[in-house]
Write a protein that binds this ligand. Structure first.
Ligand SMILES: Cc1cc2nc3c(=O)[nH]c(=O)nc-3n(C[C@H](O)[C@H](O)[C@H](O)COP(=O)(O)O)c2cc1C
Length: 209
């Protein structure tokens, strides 16, 4: 369903932090954005596409070669996006983006878009501090891509160190700076189903008679 809400394409990659993407989707929707999720194959090991489909109320894309109504999904999504957010972003997708590698739906979409990009990395502290990762981050920043986080926090590997996915509120703030929200909370939300409304007290009394 297309709306007037600003279109965000949200890329999800194979980090333990992927479970927090569900909250990112929820907050973006509440702020008035329309959200389409692309998950890498590895991301689906950490979070089900069904969860993101339910929260975004849109199809979740996972496969570059899927046969469907959209003949070339990656270019459609690339053109649709006002902003592409990657949260969480693995060392792997950062490396692919920095080197123009296009071997799955998310990396093809990133390469085919003219939209701005916001990257929220999450990984082990030693991965984050590795010179190749830092070189790739510098390359992406020079290309004009924005970063939010990573934060210092308790990592899945046990360290209390940098590498934690940025807080959802910080990701939302960064999104709003790049693409203002529609200003109407829940603008991207369809009207509630009729049966969800509570019957009036008079109608309930009538029904009891
Ligand atoms: C339990 C587990 C947690 C992982 N967490 C991360 C992570 O937080 N960040 C990261 O860069 N890679 C992490 N990885 C490694 C990635 O899943 C791996 O590099 C994968 O190839 C990423 O693929 P993608 O970028 O296409 O999603 C993790 C792997 C496992 C098994």
């Amino acid at each position: 369903m297309m709306t007037n809400a600003p279109e965000i394409v949200l890329g999800v990659t194979g980090s333990i932090g992927a479970y927090r993407t569900a909250d990112v989707v929820r907050h973006l929707r509440e702020a008035g954005y329309a959200v389409t999720c692309i998950m890498t194959q590895r991301a689906t090991k950490f979070l089900t596409p069904l969860t993101l489909q339910a929260l975004s109320e849109r199809k979740v894309y996972t496969d570059l070669f899927e046969l469907g109504t959209d003949p070339i999904a990656h270019t459609t999504l690339a053109d649709r996006a006002r902003l592409i957010v990657i949260a969480p972003a693995t060392a792997n997708i950062i490396a692919k983006m920095a080197n123009g590698i296009a071997d799955d739906l998310l990396s093809c979409t990133v390469l085919a878009t003219r939209a701005k990009l916001l990257v929220a990395p999450a990984m082990n502290v030693h991965m984050w501090q590795h010179p190749t990762v830092q070189r790739n981050v510098t390359t992406l920043k020079r290309l004009g891509h924005r970063f939010v986080g990573p934060d210092v926090g308790k990592l899945a590997c046990g360290y209390e160190a940098i590498g934690h996915l940025a807080e959802v509120e910080d990701i939302l703030r960064a999104v709003k700076q790049l693409v203002p929200a529609s200003g109407v909370p829940g603008a991207a939300k369809p009207a509630p189903a009729r049966h969800a409304s509570k019957p009036k007290a008079s109608a309930r009394r009538k029904a009891r008679r």
